[in-house]
Design a protein around this ligand. Structure first.
Ligand code: ZN
Length: 316
């Protein structure tokens, strides 16, 4: 990652689709993921290995991962709640595994039915599994600190709890930790403060990504604050799909189209062709006609003369 570029990690096929009532057919998912990659998206969280009884939208994750790993140059990420999920992820050939540890223990119990101690045990077991693999087959392993900026069930979470869990995830064998504003409670000041606090504990290189929701409209402001702190990986979702089942009215993740527009306008390269990215909205609408798609840039269109970062940087 050069100073003037960021990695946009598209989480729509996971965070987005798992919050949709209707189930996107497997072939439509494959076509959408391929189109996103063709638009220049370099990392996609394509699904999660959870019980299909709990989340039938994710039942085809194995098949989706197998499709996505065949796309040249694409980092294929998945969410796993436990060791069993990690085993399936490894079998399917995923490049990156994210284990969520909700710093709100109440939410952790509701979300993956595990206490903090139990999540750490899963992290250790996953790390053992990964270290038994040849290096080139070993997926990157992230522990994601979710509800880090507050929880709809517990409210604000003590920094001490967040920092202790960040430390424990690293000690358990994660390659890095991420910060997730699952509920859209964060603001630019809390963003900077918590990034600095967690980095002081785990080291700058072990916190490089954030996962932000736009529930209260602060998504892009929070992204910019995180970018100014040196964060280089940003999760977002096409059309702002996604949300939180316990926060009615939540408008989901940061909108990928607006996020790419912001960075490209600033001269920060995302590698993504915005027109091609926006064209994939039609694929989602066709497959999920009931879902609302958000985003300002797709509605307004690109400004006259807009060229994007790669072109303007090259011209400097
Ligand atoms: Zn999320």
């Amino acid at each position: 990652m050069t100073k003037n570029s960021v990695l946009i990690s598209e989480v729509g096929p996971r965070d987005g689709l798992q919050n949709c009532k209707a189930i996107m057919p497997t072939e439509d998912k494959k076509a959408w993921i391929s189109a996103l990659a063709a638009a220049g998206v370099k990392e996609i969280e394509v699904g999660s290995f959870v019980s299909p009884k709990l989340l039938p939208q994710m039942a085809d994750t194995g098949e989706i991962v197998r499709h996505a790993v065949g796309i040249d140059g694409l980092e294929v990420a998945v969410l796993v709640p436990n060791l069993k999920g990690a085993q399936l992820a490894v079998e399917a050939g995923a490049d990156k595994i994210t284990l969520p540890l909700s710093v709100s223990e109440t939410h952790s119990l509701r979300n993956i039915r595990r206490t903090h101690d139990q999540v750490i045990e899963e992290a250790e077991a996953i790390a053992d599994l990964l270290s038994s693999l040849p290096k080139e087959q070993r997926p990157h392993f992230e522990g994601s600190l979710s509800t880090a900026f507050g929880c709809t069930l517990e409210g604000p979470i003590d920094d001490a709890i967040i920092l202790r869990n960040a430390e424990r995830l690293m000690a358990a064998g994660c390659d890095e930790v991420g910060l997730s504003d699952t509920t859209g409670y964060g603001d630019p000041v809390s963003m900077k403060r918590l990034i600095r606090a967690v980095r002081a504990v785990v080291g700058d290189d072990h916190l490089t990504g954030v996962h932000l929701h736009n529930t209260r409209g602060l998504g892009l402001a929070n992204v910019l604050a995180a970018y100014e702190e040196g964060i280089t990986t940003f999760d977002s979702s096409l059309g702002g799909l996604g949300g939180c089942p316990t926060a009615p009215g939540a408008s989901g993740n940061v909108v990928t189209e607006d996020l790419v527009f912001m960075f490209e306008s600033m001269g920060v390269d995302t590698g993504i062709d915005l027109e091609a990215l926006m064209a994939t909205r039609d694929m989602v609408s066709a497959a999920l006609p009931e879902e609302d798609l958000y985003g300002f840039t797709p509605r307004a269109g690109l400004p006259l003369g807009f060229k994007g970062a790669a072109v303007s940087v090259a011209a400097e």
